[in-house]
Design a protein around this ligand. Structure first.
Ligand SMILES: Nc1ncnc2c1ncn2[C@@H]1O[C@H](COP(=O)(O)OP(=O)(O)OP(=O)(O)O)[C@@H](O)[C@H]1O
Length: 481
């Protein structure tokens, strides 16, 4: 044995220090998540890792320069304050680019729901790392980064999406061509709209041609409101109007948000008039987005409108094959067929199921069999068998408490309607595989945090009030049967 006990002590001490830091770090992560919300946390902060402490400074790692700069700008001070509160000797936080020696405190424990489409081994986000910011860039100052997993190469093309794919390719090759501006992509949840938008952005950035800004409509609204609050709307407008390609995802979020719609309308006009490209996605076609202003709907429909249809069995098989191959895990054809038969709702769920199987196989080193699949995916398969819809839940709950169905999405807040609405949100979370934002959308475009609150509130009330708990249980049984 060389090195003797001296070496051992150093290693032991380093390990002890690391595990203490990890405890502090997991507390800080929990705080941050509560403060910024799960979506924001997963987008920006989850990949952070903890490095060493030297004197009064702790180093944190982020996988790309882009993420590092963003986190530094948006959360640098807050991270400093949180570390100082945990360990008073720490007065400064240094953010560096690297895979940290310890990954995020939550590591692999992040749930499938919080990150539904996360692959087993998420690659490092590199799309936004560009050396010549004025000629080709993702506008990190106002937009979200592009997910490097969402490229044209990883998008599996089949009958339901071939038109949308071809249009997206065309826009990536020749942005702002007549007839393709704006490009409006629409289709049901989890069918690949976001994937195609990111693919367009990544392709343009890779080609080194233009500056690209991608953001959800929700983010657009928050940025706009923040600009109003900080009296910097001019700056916000100028930033937006300086990009070559603006992509706004899930535009249906702007329904009922008149001021933000107005702002978007002006931005839209300014960009298109200046020969810049707009790409928009929504869950419905422009003509069916009835809550949007007419003039905006008309302009949205002026370029190319492409829909993505529900998947076919053939497309589901092709997607599963591609993803299984990429994972390197051998998944038998009969398992892929079984999944493609059973999980028909959307690609996100299909992918989530496959990822879970693959993670299981990797963790336990066991082959993927049909029996193991049924076991590991028990809950997903059950949810898909049952097929209770949010609409059914809303109807049953409204009938039960004798309120109008429209109150499920109305803004009324009196307990008489708010409580049944919360129960319906709770049951939607329990009985369907819909994500929190999707549930929120079905309840009058409410935010996912409202759904989280409703679920918690109903659970609390069920504990406190047995009669209420019985009501909820009864509803659940009726819906399940
Ligand atoms: N044709 C496809 N090939 C490969 N992966 C796909 C395809 N379609 C969807 N996916 C994957 O399914 C997941 C969900 O897709 P995406 O987020 O693009 O859906 P969406 O239509 O934007 O949904 P939402 O309406 O919820 O915003 C992503 O991980 C995406 O990569």
């Amino acid at each position: 044995m060389t090195g003797g006990l001296e070496g051992y002590d150093e290693v032991a001490e380093a390990n002890a220090q690391k595990s203490i830091l990890d405890i502090h770090w997991s507390r800080i992560c929990a705080r941050l998540k509560a403060e910024v919300g799960e979506v924001e946390y997963n987008t920006w902060l989850r990949q952070m890792g903890v490095g060493p402490v030297e004197e009064d400074e702790i180093t944190l790692y982020l996988p790309t320069r882009f993420l590092r700069d963003w986190v530094r700008g948006q959360y640098g001070d807050r991270l400093g304050a949180l570390w100082h509160a945990e360990i008073p000797a720490i007065r400064r936080v240094e953010l560096q680019v690297a895979r940290g020696p310890s990954s995020s405190a939550e590591g692999e424990a992040a749930t499938a729901e919080s990150h539904p489409a996360a692959p087993v081994a998420a690659p490092v986000v590199e799309a936004a790392v560009v050396e010549e910011p004025r000629t080709a860039e993702v506008r990190s100052d106002l937009a979200a980064p592009l997910d490097p997993r969402f490229t044209f190469e990883t998008f599996v093309v089949g009958k339901p999406n071939e038109f949308a794919y071809a249009c997206a390719r065309r826009v990536a090759e020749r942005p702002s061509s007549p007839g393709f501006n704006p490009l409006f992509l629409y289709g049901g949840v989890g069918l690949g709209k976001t994937h195609l938008m990111h693919a367009i952005g990544s392709e343009l950035v890779r080609e080194g041609r233009v500056s690209v800004a991608y953001m959800s409509a929700e983010k657009f609204m928050y940025r706009f409101i923040a600009a109003i609050r900080s009296q910097s709307t001019m700056e916000f407008k100028e930033q937006l109007r300086s990009v070559d390609v603006l992509m706004i995802d899930d535009l249906q979020f702007l329904i009922g948000k008149d001021n933000t719609q107005e702002e978007f309308f002006h931005t839209f006009n300014a960009l298109v008039d200046a020969g810049r490209q707009i790409v928009v996605s929504a869950d419905k076609s422009p003509s069916d987005l009835s809550g949007l202003e007419d003039r905006l709907r008309t302009r949205l429909g002026c370029g190319m409108v492409a829909d993505i249809h529900a998947t076919t069995f053939e497309l589901r098989i092709s997607i599963l094959e591609a993803k299984a191959t990429a994972s390197g895990v051998d998944v038998p054809a009969k398992v892929l067929e079984f999944l493609a038969h059973k999980i028909t709702s959307n690609v996100r769920e299909l992918e989530g199921a496959l990822n879970r199987l693959i993670a299981h196989a990797n963790l336990f080193g066991r082959p993927v069999t049909l029996e193991a699949t049924q076991d590991v995916l028990h809950d997903i398969l059950k949810a898909n068998n049952r097929r209770v819809t949010i609409e059914e839940i809303q109807r049953k709950v409204a009938e039960h408490w004798n309120i109008r169905l429209t109150d499920m999405s109305s803004a009324r807040r009196s307990t008489v309607v708010a409580r049944p609405r919360q129960v319906a949100m709770y049951l939607s979370k329990q009985l369907t595989s819909r994500s929190l934002p999707e549930i929120g959308r079905k309840f009058g475009n409410r935010d996912h945090t409202t759904v989280i609150y409703a679920v918690r509130r109903v659970m609390e009330l069920m504990e406190q009030d047995p009669a209420f708990a019985e009501d909820v249980e009864l509803l659940r049984r009726m819906l399940e049967s």
